[in-house]
Design a protein around this ligand. Structure first.
Ligand SMILES: C[S@@+](CC[C@H](N)C(=O)[O-])C[C@H]1O[C@@H](n2cnc3c(N)ncnc32)[C@H](O)[C@@H]1O
Length: 261
């Protein structure tokens, strides 16, 4: 029998749509709404997740050996440290989420050794996060660091100033560091409008932004050659040529990566 929970959580519903099993009835109901009433909408979650892992791999291939995953979500089959450590075996990873359910599961499944920490913290308080003892232990800010903000700033409202969150870290990180973010993108299709209003209704937050607004989150940091584009096309092997046409869902999540010169 499923335990009862009155409100769905972003992390559990996202995990459910991706095929995860750690959820309550209320999460399953919302996840089933997306899967059954908005067929194809799960592509939004899958293309986002695939792009996060490509971003983590690209960071490791650029020589980065320390990552902070901001709003990491529940563990999946493949996780950031798996991908990064395949390239950089001694990489250190700090997973951060403000959902205690995520942190409990993350500590059980992700924190496999001393080089990985799973913290309960709010990314809207970057100074507090930077001062955290585990961040201080695992991250050397004199060396390049990779910061992942995958579908997390979508849950930071305008008045909470997502750009200032990125700016805090942009000022702090060493040359050669990288910041990846993915984000819900505004659309005018029926699917876009329905999805945005359902997310807001269910979670009480959830902001879709235009490409320009998402680019602005990076402040003055230069974006790499892929710019901000749908996750389904971001850093894919196909590059610019012969991209398959995107579904309406795949157009609703975009990603981009910037570096600190
Ligand atoms: C849609 S999930 C994305 C998970 C993962 N980053 C990915 O892209 O595969 C968003 C995650 O951000 C977390 N989150 C939302 N707002 C947050 C905040 N202010 N501080 C920390 N985590 C937050 C949620 O709990 C959830 O786990």
């Amino acid at each position: 029998m499923r335990a009862r929970q009155s409100r769905p959580s972003v992390a559990r519903v996202y995990s459910y749509v991706l095929g995860g099993r750690d959820n309550y009835g209320v999460d399953k109901d919302l996840g089933d709404y997306f899967i059954e009433d908005l067929p194809g909408s799960e592509r939004l979650a899958f293309t986002n997740r695939d792009a996060v892992l490509r971003a983590a791999k690209a960071m490791a291939e650029a020589g980065i050996r320390q990552i902070i995953d901001m709003g990491c979500g529940l563990p999946t089959d493949e996780n950031v440290h798996d991908v990064v450590r395949r390239v950089q075996p001694d990489a250190r990873v700090v997973y951060v989420d403000d959902d205690p359910f995520v942190v409990a599961h993350g500590r059980a499944l992700l924190a496999v050794d001393d080089g990985i920490a799973v913290l309960e913290a709010d990314i809207r308080d970057p100074a507090g996060l930077e001062a955290n003892a585990e961040v201080q232990r695992l991250i050397d800010f004199d060396e390049p660091v990779g910061l992942l903000f995958a579908m997390t700033l979508s849950f930071v409202n305008d008045e909470e100033n997502p750009t200032s969150v990125i700016q805090h870290w942009a000022d702090r990180i060493a040359s050669g560091s990288r910041i990846y973010l993915s984000h819900f993108r505004t659309g005018t299709s029926r699917e876009a409008v329905t999805t945005a209003s359902k997310i807001l209704e269910a979670f009480g937050r959830g902001r879709f932004r235009t490409d320009d607004e998402i680019r602005a989150c990076f402040g003055t940091l230069p974006l790499d050659e892929d710019g901000v584009r749908p996750c389904a096309q971001w850093h894919t092997a196909d590059g610019d040529g012969n991209q398959p046409e995107l579904t309406v869902w795949e157009q609703l999540v975009v990603g981009g990566m910037a570096h600190k010169p």
